[in-house]
Design a protein around this ligand. Structure first.
Ligand code: DLL
Length: 424
């Protein structure tokens, strides 16, 4: 599609979307009324800058169903990801949303070279996380054979890769490296492994990680980007050129803004990615601030696609961490620390990557009156904190009880995270 045709299509879809949310989502109607905008004011895609932004906080404030634009009875699936505190971010999909999602993933897979002849393992978590089911239905829609391996059992995964002749795999890039190592350790000869395509995402990775996974697993590694608020995986994907990720922009309109001034930046400049869901019915979002930092690339790609591309995510404009592919906010840990009477309101997250697996240690300070010489008591407290953290973060953390007054007090803004992971 030419750029003009695409922008015309995006404009038409935006016009329809604005009218939908104005009439069906009180949150957006109120915002637009405050800004003195009517749906008729949005005629072309360039008018998008007149519209309000949406943030994760808005999703939290309207938890759980406040941002739905379709009646609850039209919602056929719910996914959720971490909110900034204990409140999850909930997303609802209509049947049509799911159909567009699987189409978007099928497009990503096609760009990677996946065909009906491939046997494809989905190693993202199945459940509330969008990675597993999202990738699953897209692969199935394309007509390849999907193996819903999910996360957890690496030995079984390796066996399936060998026995079922798995040729494609979707998982986090760090898990891909972990898998490479586990395959090497297993002693299975390389000739028995037929992997040729990897769809890696859900966390940042680098060119070096690409080279290493490609070499060690003998496949072509491609980036897959997305976020649950917008849909899940499938917002953008690389092609054989591996030169930026093509945005599925007939469904997701990208902008880059300065996180400080909120002004829209031109192509090529780095800033925060903002996405608008042009065709979603269940929970459409206007100008969602992803907090992901990257830039947009204009111009036809060597593969022939004309869609706008995005550069790899360089970092975030907030304090969200991605640990084993799961989003973690320091404020979630804080909410646990504050609710436990035994603990001082001081804590520290130490994140590291050991053997290609992310490790989270949470240091908490015990109040003097609860600090005890009894090993049993301390172990019981540690266990309780561990369980609570697991239920809030959905990943396990190693809890380290610290003596009273041992964690550093900072003047001014306190530092709660030491991230030792260096993505080389
Ligand atoms: O991670 C969806 C997904 C699943 C994408 C599987 C790709 C593959 P959330 O849990 O909502 O959704 O987390 C979204 O993860 O805002 C980015 O910060 C980060 N992220 C996702 N994909 C990439 C990627 C899924 N390819 C958040 N590169 C996003 C860098 C990524 N960061």
């Amino acid at each position: 599609m030419s750029r003009e045709e695409m922008r015309e299509l995006q404009g038409k879809r935006l016009h329809k979307l604005v009218s939908l949310v104005y009439h069906n989502t009180p949150f957006y109607r109120k915002k637009m009324q405050e800004m003195n905008i009517l749906p008729e004011d949005i005629r072309t895609i360039d008018d998008i800058v007149k519209l309000p932004f949406t943030t994760k906080q808005d999703l939290r404030d309207n938890y759980p169903y406040g941002l739905l634009a379709a009646p609850r009875s039209e919602i056929v699936r719910i996914h959720a990801s971490s909110g900034t505190t204990g409140v999850p971010t909930v997303v609802g999909y209509t049947r049509r949303d799911l159909s567009i999602w699987q189409e978007a993933i099928a497009r990503c897979m096609t760009a990677y070279g996946v065909t009906r002849d491939d046997v494809f393992s989905v190693g993202y978590g199945y459940g509330l996380f969008t990675g597993g089911l999202g990738a699953h239905y897209g692969v199935e829609h394309l007509g390849a054979t999907v193996i819903p391996t999910s996360t957890g059992n690496t030995q079984k995964h390796i066996r399936l890769i060998r026995d079922l002749g798995i040729t494609g795999i979707a998982c986090t890039p760090s898990y891909a490296l972990y898998l490479a190592e586990a395959i090497e350790k297993s002693g299975i000869p390389k000739k028995d492994i037929h992997l040729r395509i990897g769809a890696f995402g859900a966390e940042p990775w680098t060119e070096n990680m690409r080279k290493e996974t490609e070499y060690r697993l003998g496949l072509n590694a491609y980036n897959l980007y997305g976020l649950s608020e917008i849909m899940g995986p499938g917002v953008s994907h690389e092609c054989e050129c591996k030169n930026g990720s093509h945005i599925v922009e007939d469904h997701f309109y990208p902008e880059i803004i300065s996180p400080d001034t909120l002004e829209t930046l031109p192509y090529g400049q780095e800033g925060e990615l903002v996405l608008t869901t042009l065709t979603k019915e269940g929970m459409p979002l206007l100008r969602y601030r992803t907090k992901d930092l990257c830039s947009l690339i204009e111009g036809k790609c060597d593969c022939g696609r004309t869609s706008i591309r995005m550069t790899p995510i360089k970092g975030r404009s907030d304090d969200m961490l991605i640990i084993r592919g799961i989003n973690v906010f320091p404020s979630q840990v804080e909410s646990v620390v504050l609710e436990m009477e035994e603990l001082e309101p001081h804590y520290m997250l130490i994140v590291d990557r050991v053997n290609n697996t992310d490790k989270l240690e949470v240091q908490v300070e015990v109040k003097p009156e609860f600090f005890s010489d009894s090993l049993n008591q301390m172990l019981e407290l540690k266990k309780r904190i561990g369980h609570r953290l697991q239920s809030v973060l959905t990943i396990s953390a190693e809890v380290k009880l610290m003596e009273p007054q041992s964690l550093e007090r900072s003047e001014g803004k306190s530092k709660h995270v030491i991230d030792k992971r260096v993505l080389a």
